[in-house]
Unconditional design. Structure first.
Length: 555
């Protein structure tokens, strides 16, 4: 395209998205982003998915990025539109999802004057900067390309996260010279930092002294699966954070998956026999360690590319700053060359622990004990497993339903109502794989309108709704903390079968675990969106789980 007055900042944005392989964007057309969306549509290189709300759009972009492994893009309007996206930007920040948020801003001649222009709000950039990794405003047309590059690099540089770019209304249509760099553009992403040679030497020395070593892998190690598996071949055991699931398939005999000790006395007891825990790419979050009360093995070494991670939650005896894949690959190679093997007895005990702990946890779930196995049996091995924060997610959905790759998507910030939109975006980014979306009736109500996005986009997903007519976990909390006085936790909702009919979605209702398996199996054969309701009133309410109930112990 030649330089001319017809080439605008919006033209540049559309071409830039194509240049960085942003083939999908999410959002809502608004009076203040029409120019950007028109340019995106004219170029035709980026599919635009119309959500029903900016919050949903942001979560969809997040889910898309996680499932596709690429940059997520969300486009919003000024003021209220940008504010509506804040919950999704916050989730992307906590989950370290690379997200580019393009939003309109008040026309430059009115900015900062408080004149009451449409959607004009004070300190919009400050609001966005509070939840994003970084935030920028394009102040003049000739700065647009540099700011877009900076924003995308920020988003994609570990620790990754969301980045907002304000594009003032008047500048969206402003003429700009087309950057020649777009002819063969590549983002100038920095190389992942390798650990210092001295740190690798010390890491090898310390690990060699261990006979019962255990890896704790977080989301910062999910790209290091080959290296993690190489260490497991040498006898290491593995547990993961909930966000780190799938670094190695959870059917591996030396993986506990996300059964990492939270609320499980059996695993806590086993930790006392571990002589070294290698914490890789994980914060050891309070959410998973019950505010840092889980007694992890006393000897811990930490590997993280963020130096601020050093001892941030649990102290460690040694810290290695660098990329987890590079560090673990170097460690595995050195240990192989020096004929290191963990104690074979440790491996035998670990595999026994896995069987016992899975059985113990299963036995704690009452009428839902078999749900994970039944669902796994009828779900494709490579399906995306997207979930909302609901009791089913926090129990069998995270602890027992096995994932085999980077296929687990859920709200890391633990916000209710995000799972449906995350799952819609993940389905669009899933490259032909089936998506299973698990929600509760309470969470579904938060983004009910996005069901129409799922229908319009014809996502290939099975939407499972666990329906107990209320906020089940709030009932558990009130039972544990208010003497059983349950208040404000019962919900009226639509008849889901009728709702699915309005949407044109095939629908099944399950009143038993066997009917659940059959319904999901039949829904899996549907090409496009379908819905399965689990009638928890018929099956029985889910039992309380730790910390609202007792720890799971071996009986």
């Amino acid at each position: 395209m030649s330089n001319s007055d017809s080439y605008s900042v919006s033209s540049l944005i559309a071409e830039f998205l194509a240049a960085v392989d942003a083939t999908v964007a999410f959002g809502i057309a608004s009076v203040h982003n029409v120019a950007m969306l028109d340019a995106i549509g004219e170029r035709g290189a980026t599919r635009f998915v119309m959500s029903r709300g900016e919050m949903g759009a942001g979560h969809m972009a997040d889910g898309y990025a996680r499932a596709s492994g690429s940059l997520g893009v969300v486009v919003t309007s000024t003021g209220p539109g940008a504010a509506n996206a804040v919950p999704a930007l916050l989730e992307a920040r906590v989950a370290a999802t690379p997200l580019l948020h393009l939003t309109a801003a008040t026309a430059t001649r009115f900015a900062g004057r408080g004149g009451g222009s449409v959607h004009d709000v004070p300190a919009q950039l400050t609001m966005l900067g509070a939840v994003c990794k970084s935030a920028y405003t394009i102040g003049k047309p000739q700065d647009a390309f540099a700011i877009l590059v900076r924003a995308a690099v920020d988003a994609l540089t570990p620790p990754m996260g969301p980045v907002s770019v304000e594009v003032p209304i008047d500048l969206q249509r402003a003429a700009v010279a087309r950057p020649a760099a777009l002819d063969a553009f590549q983002l100038p992403l920095p190389a992942r930092p390798a650990p210092a040679a001295a740190d690798v030497e010390e890491l090898v020395r310390r690990v060699k002294s261990a006979r019962r070593p255990l890896l704790w892998a977080g989301s910062g190690a999910r790209h290091a699966g080959d290296a993690v598996r190489a260490l497991m071949d040498l006898g290491f055991g593995l547990v993961t954070s909930w966000a780190g699931r799938g670094v190695v398939g959870e059917d591996h005999p030396m993986s506990l998956g996300a059964l990492n000790g939270n609320g499980m006395q059996l695993i806590e007891d086993f930790y006392r026999t571990v002589d070294l825990m290698l914490v890789v790419g994980s914060r050891l979050r309070g959410h998973e360690t019950v505010d840092f009360s889980v007694p992890l093995p006393s000897r811990r070494i930490q590997i993280d590319l963020d130096p601020v991670a050093n001892g941030r939650t649990y102290p460690c005896e040694y810290f290695v700053c660098g990329d987890s894949r590079i560090a673990l690959s170097s460690l595995a190679e050195r240990l192989r060359n020096e004929s290191f093997r963990a104690d074979p007895q440790f491996g035998r005990e670990f595999q026994e622990l896995k069987a016992r702990s899975r059985e113990a946890y299963r036995n704690s779930l009452g009428p839902y004990a078999g749900f994970a196995e039944r669902l796994r049996k009828v779900t494709p091995r490579n399906a995306i497993w997207a979930r909302d924060i609901t009791i089913a997610h926090s129990t069998w959905g995270t602890r027992l339903f096995e994932v085999y790759g980077r296929d687990s998507v859920y709200p890391v910030s633990a916000g209710i109502g995000q799972g449906l939109s995350l799952g819609i975006g993940a389905s669009i980014g899933a490259a032909g794989r089936k998506t299973v979306i698990l929600s509760g009736d309470g969470g579904l109500a938060f983004n009910l309108g996005e069901l129409w996005t799922a229908a319009q986009e014809k996502i290939d997903a099975v939407i499972i709704v666990m329906n107990d007519s209320g906020y089940g976990v709030i009932r558990h909390i009130q039972d544990a903390t208010t003497g059983g006085r349950r208040r404000y936790c019962d919900l009226a909702g639509p008849e889901l079968g009728k709702l699915a009919g309005l949407l044109g979605m095939p629908f099944w209702k399950a009143g038993s675990d066997a009917a659940f398996e059959q319904g999901v199996a039949e829904a899996m054969d549907v090409r496009g969106p379908s819905m399965v309701e689990v009638d928890m009133r018929a099956i029985g309410y889910a039992p309380r789980y730790y910390p609202y109930g007792p720890k799971v112990a071996w009986q």
